[in-house]
Ligand binder design. Structure first.
Ligand SMILES: Cc1cc2nc3c(=O)[nH]c(=O)nc-3n(C[C@H](O)[C@H](O)[C@H](O)COP(=O)(O)OP(=O)(O)OC[C@H]3O[C@@H](n4cnc5c(N)ncnc54)[C@H](O)[C@@H]3O)c2cc1C
Length: 325
């Protein structure tokens, strides 16, 4: 099917790289990339680092210009439709429904919808609570960080520690609350995690370890957090950095898919239970033959490009009537 239409849902690193790899794999038919963010694809790692510490609180467009991916010539004819989420996919009929009720039909489909931050479902006001995944999140959080602000970061993983260090550099007074052991100990192990903790503490960050949040204090706006032992910490800003959940709701309702913790695929990135859906990037749960045969999601910057190559080759072969490798 050389003129087959491929729809890619998710216009970030994995979506962009899959569009490029579809062309590299020889797919000549139309490709549409649909994304709910209004920005052209951009790089996320600087959001918790240099962009969050940008002086003068720049406008979103200025920040976007610093991190936007270059559009390669191979995808000049790819149609990017931005600013509207896909709310439903009907794999049987080959039809996507967007939030405004409009429809896009497809022959092949790519899930590249990544993750969103997990939020704490605890009592208390919503205003003053932040999470960090998107450029707009970064702009909002940057806007409230500044000298003397009291910031509580909940979660001492990579994002939590990076936000804490950046907020400190901006002159904030920072406390990190983490229910398990030392920062990032799940991935670093205890010895290295303690060294990371000492490094942050010597810079001026306070840690409260082994305690969870019981709720947020304040009326219209957060004034602090209450911990599970009753301790209260005052805060002008609370950052929730407690992990992410995969964006798969738009695929629900398609029998045969396994959407528990991402889109489960084989190692060709073909979704279990489908012959026209592949997945790429953070949302894909796949077995990596370098390790073992256990399907896992991997939240790492290099995964979108690697999985995009494999997903594009698989889908291109399937649509051409060939058996994918
Ligand atoms: C602040 C931050 C710092 C990071 N730092 C590092 C680092 O230092 N090193 C590292 O290796 N990795 C880092 N990462 C992780 C890395 O950025 C991700 O692994 C990478 O962005 C994953 O790309 P993706 O395209 O799979 O998913 P995402 O980047 O999450 O993109 C998915 C896109 O799909 C959109 N979408 C979701 N649902 C829908 C829908 N229904 N319809 C339409 N669009 C939808 C989302 O809005 C998003 O634009 C960081 C991530 C963040 C957030």
């Amino acid at each position: 099917m050389s003129g087959a239409h491929i729809a890619v849902v998710g216009a970030s690193l994995a979506g962009l790289r899959t569009a490029e790899q579809l062309r590299a794999a020889g797919h000549t038919g139309p490709v549409t990339v649909l994304g709910d963010e209004r920005h052209q694809p951009y790089n996320r790692p600087p959001l918790s680092k240099e962009l969050l510490s940008a002086p003068d609180r720049p406008a979103p467009e200025e920040l976007h210009a610093k991190v936007a991916f270059r559009r390669r010539a191979s995808v000049a004819d790819v149609d990017f439709r931005l600013g509207l989420p896909v709310v439903e996919a009907d794999l049987g009929r080959g039809r996507l429904t967007l939030e405004d009720g409009s429809a896009v039909t497809f022959d092949g489909l790519v899930a590249a919808t990544g993750l969103r931050p997990r939020r704490l479902g605890l009592p208390g006001p919503a205003a003053g609570r932040y999470a960090l995944r998107t450029l707009d999140d970064c702009v909002a959080l940057r806007g409230v960080l500044g000298a003397g602000r009291r910031v509580v970061v909940v979660g001492a993983g990579f994002i939590g520690c990076e936000v804490a260090a950046t907020a400190l550099r901006l002159g904030c007074r920072v406390t990190v609350v983490e229910p398990t052991g030392a920062p990032m100990n799940r991935v670093l192990g205890d010895v290295l995690a303690r060294a990371v903790q000492r490094h942050h503490e010597s810079a001026g960050i306070a840690f409260v370890l082994g305690r969870s949040l019981a709720g947020f204090t304040g009326d219209a706006r957060v004034s602090g957090v209450e911990l599970d032992d009753g301790t209260r910490l005052d805060a002008d800003v609370v950052v929730e950095a407690v992990g992410c959940v995969p964006n798969t709701e738009w695929l629900a309702g398609n029998a045969g898919l396994d959407l528990s913790d991402g889109v489960r695929c084989d190692n060709r990135m073909l979704a279990d239970g489908s012959d026209r859906l592949v997945a790429a990037g953070d949302v894909a749960r796949f077995p990596n033959p370098l390790f073992d045969d256990v399907p896992r999601r991997v939240e790492h910057w290099s995964i979108p490009a690697d999985t995009a190559r494999r997903a594009a080759a698989t889908l291109t072969a399937l649509l051409a009537g060939d058996a994918p490798d």
